[in-house]
Design a protein around this ligand. Structure first.
Ligand SMILES: [Zn+2]
Length: 264
């Protein structure tokens, strides 16, 4: 069984400030280590359930956060960015049996995390796809489903996990922190790792039961923080400006949406 893991840091146990997510800050090393522990736990669970190939995309900032030597020896890492439209799940293809998203977080305009955002922190206020709030989980779940690969497990903040469960209750989840205003309450880092290992094992053991879905048409709406950006993207082929801060883009090929998002 081939498992693809995409890892972010904002939804890792104990992470609640931008400083903790950026290199050069005192608390960053602790956070990248916990990010790595949570990915390692997912890998261990997957291996225990019979996975024989695991590749991990380091999907935060420069894509060079995970400490490879802390992961099981069978695990490969994609670090840096190829600039493929698959972005946080680049390198994923039809050959994989399941996707796990570790350390993911609530999307823009959500109060589920002090670090809630979708893709660009500076320019995007929020994104919807077919009227549904689209966080990074949803954006890349549709990307995986396009390849007929199911998302089998997600970890992150509580609000994200509620969104994941509403999307597909079959997905195994672990909420490692709960945001309230500018604060979070986190479970203990050891408990997070133990729960993630257990959930990953269950996800891979039940991998045949997961399903994927595709929509006939994808309607993307992006609300920007600056009206200048909505004006600019209104010139992207087939995009239209539908409000002072918002553009709309429709395609029956989800790859077109991923390509537009890559240029933002
Ligand atoms: Zn991130």
């Amino acid at each position: 069984m081939r498992i693809y893991i995409s890892a972010d840091i904002e939804g890792v146990t104990g992470v609640s400030t931008w400083e903790e997510t950026l290199k050069g800050n005192a608390e960053y090393d602790r956070c990248r280590e916990q990010m790595t522990r949570e990915v390692a736990a997912a890998c261990e669970g997957a291996l225990a359930a019979g996975a024989d190939y695991i590749i991990v995309k380091d999907a935060h900032e420069d894509g060079k956060n995970l400490i490879h030597s802390m992961l099981p020896e069978q695990v490969k890492i994609i670090s840096g960015w190829s600039n493929h439209p698959y972005n946080m799940v680049e390198g994923l293809d039809e050959s994989f049996d399941g996707v796990m998203l570790i350390g993911y977080h609530s999307g823009g305009s959500s109060n589920g995390s002090p670090l809630a955002h979708t893709l660009s922190i500076n320019s995007i206020r929020n994104i919807t796809i077919n009227g549904k709030k689209a966080d990074e989980f949803l954006i890349y779940a549709y990307a995986a489903h396009r390849l007929k690969v199911p998302v089998i497990m997600v970890t992150g903040d509580g609000e994200l996990i509620r969104h994941v469960r509403a999307f597909d209750p079959a997905i195994k989840t672990v909420a490692v922190q709960e945001g309230f205003g500018g604060a979070i309450v986190s479970i203990h880092p050891n408990v997070a790792a133990a729960r993630i290992k257990k959930a990953a094992k269950r996800a891979v053991e039940n991998i045949v039961s997961f399903t994927t879905s595709q929509l006939d048409t994808y309607e993307l709406k992006v609300e920007f923080k600056k009206h200048q950006d909505a004006y600019k993207y209104s010139f992207y082929p087939k995009a239209e400006q539908i409000g002072e801060y918002t553009i709309r883009y429709v395609s029956n090929n989800y790859m077109d949406l991923l390509t537009l998002l890559m240029f933002m």
